[in-house]
Every structure is written in C-alpha cells, then in structure tokens.
Design a binder for this molecule. Structure first.
Ligand code: NAD
Ligand code: ZN
Length: 248
C-alpha cells in the first residue's frame, strides 16, 4: 500500500472527533458536475451573482431556467462510494460534523442525520422568500414559472423567491457559519474532500481546524492553495480512496 493511504488510514484510526468538509468534487461521481473542472458548470454558464438576481427580472428568470434544466440530474442523483464511506465512519461515531459547500442533500441521503450536516451554502431542494424566509416547494415554483416564466413571489408577503442556496455576493448563513467554525475549532482531524478551496469564507474552515490544533488532510484530484497547510495531501480520486481507507 502506498505511504499516503497508510498515513491517511492511521490518522482516521487515531482520531475520535472528525470534521468532514466537502465541496462539489464529492458529488461528481453521482453525476452532478462541479464548477471548475473541465465540463463543469462554469464552462456552460457564468454564475449569476446575488445583486444581479435582486436587480434584474431577466437574471431571475435565467436562474429559474437553469435550476429546472438541472433538476432531472439533481433529482436522480444518489450518494456514491465517497458519501457512503463517510456515512460508515459516522455510524462508527467518529464524525462530529459534516460541513458541506454542496447544496445537493446527498450527505443526508447517505444516512447522516440532518442535525449533523452543516450546509454553509444552503440547499437547492427547496426555495425560500428573501424577505420573510417562508419556504416554497419547488413543485409550486414550477407550477407558477414553467408555463410562461412568470416569476414566483412569496405567497405570504409578496417578496422575491429564490432557491435556498447562497449565491456569490449573498450574505453567508450566520448560524451555519458559527456552527461550522465551532466544529472545526474543536475537532481532532478535518478532512477536506473535493473542494478547490478558493471560495471564501468557506475555505477558512479547514484553516480554523489547524488553528485549533487538529490535523488537516486534503483529498482532491488537483492541488489547492491550502495544500501547504495540510498534514497530508492526497491527489487522488475520492470514491475509491475513501472506500479503501474506511474498509481497513
Ligand atoms: P469546485 O468545482 O471549485 O472544486 C471541486 C474540486 O473537486 C476540483 O478541484 C476538482 O479537481 C475536484 N474533483 C472533482 N471530482 C473529483 C473526484 N472524483 N475525485 C477527486 N477530486 C475531484 O467546487 P467547490 O470547491 O465546492 O466550490 C464550488 C461551489 O459551487 C460550492 O460552494 C458549491 O456551493 C457549489 N456547487 C455545488 C454542487 C453540488 O452541490 N454538488 C455542484 C457544483 C457547485
Ligand atoms: Zn415572504
């Protein structure tokens, strides 16, 4: 066995309170494209930032069109080997929290309790009013929007409806960021998986774990700017690596 896998397995075995920090890379094996890889979402579409979404009706329409175009992929996606390996560590009681930048709900689908998944960039499986935070199901949005692209508005207060995700330029969810920071500062190992680690403030979370005295492992196909801070870096495929290490 190669030394990096052996080192990784040992760190996992020796740790009792692990924080998992995931990015889009963990879900590519479930058929959901990431942003920055070749063939990723940014090759097709520049992201719509929060101020554009607020200011322009056309941007809101385009955002809903993209959402419903992605829906067949998202609604069919199921957890892959990587998600399942994390869930088996969770069942062994080793994981204190799963902090995710993903919005796809696949950690919960893999069997991690809702209360232990901290979604710092929100969730795309439902929509929310930007004013009063009332939830609106996607089926209801689809009913209003799809026939002639009438923009959905809140049925309680008339406010703007948006998927419950955090766009660039949108304030981060305060409670989730606080919980994620606390988990990182008190864990003994943080494993960052499938994230380019360039989106802030989320990318501060792995650094907080280091500040708190934990070990940091980065598992990602390509280098990240935080590699120099890690105790161990694995430039490997996620599913097979996690499956291998958790079976040992
Ligand atoms: P990113 O696209 O910037 O980085 C993903 C990283 O994962 C890349 O460095 C890539 O090389 C690596 N990767 C992809 N597949 C891999 C595999 N099988 N094995 C090993 N490495 C692999 O993603 P990010 O850092 O999460 O930042 C993008 C933002 O976009 C996130 O904040 C998230 O909110 C959002 N997003 C979410 C989803 C989702 O929920 N599944 C999908 C796309 C984008
Ligand atoms: Zn409202």
């Amino acid at each position: 066995m190669s030394a990096d896998l052996e080192g990784f397995a040992k760190l996992v075995q020796d740790s009792q309170s692990i924080v998992i920090f995931t990015g889009a890379g963990i879900s590519t094996e479930s058929g959901i494209p990431d942003f920055r890889s070749p063939g990723g979402l940014w090759e097709k579409n520049r992201p719509i930032d929060f101020s554009e979404f607020l200011q322009s009706e056309e941007a809101r329409r385009e955002s809903w069109r993209r959402k419903f175009a992605m829906e067949p992929v998202l609604s069919k996606a199921v957890p892959n080997k990587g998600h399942m390996a994390i869930s088996s560590l969770y069942d062994q009681g080793k994981i204190s929290a799963v902090v995710t930048q993903n919005i796809d709900g696949l950690h919960q689908a893999s069997g991690i309790d809702d209360k232990d998944v901290i979604e710092v960039h929100g969730n795309t499986t439902y929509a929310k009013c930007l004013d009063c935070e009332a939830r609106m199901g996607l089926d209801r949005v689809r009913e209003i929007f799809l026939p002639d692209e009438i923009l959905p508005t809140c049925e309680s207060c008339g406010g703007i409806i948006k998927t419950a995700t955090i766009s660039f330029g949108q304030p981060m969810p305060v409670t989730e960021m606080r919980r994620a920071s606390a988990a990182a500062l008190t864990c003994d190992l943080l494993i960052a998986i499938g994230s380019s680690l360039v989106v802030y403030p989320a990318a501060e979370i792995p650094l907080m774990a280091k500040q708190g005295g934990a070990n940091l492992v980065i598992l990602n196909r390509e280098p990240t700017p935080l590699d120099p801070h890690a105790d161990l870096v694995l430039h490997r495929e996620i599913g097979e690596t996690l499956a291998y290490v958790t079976k040992m």
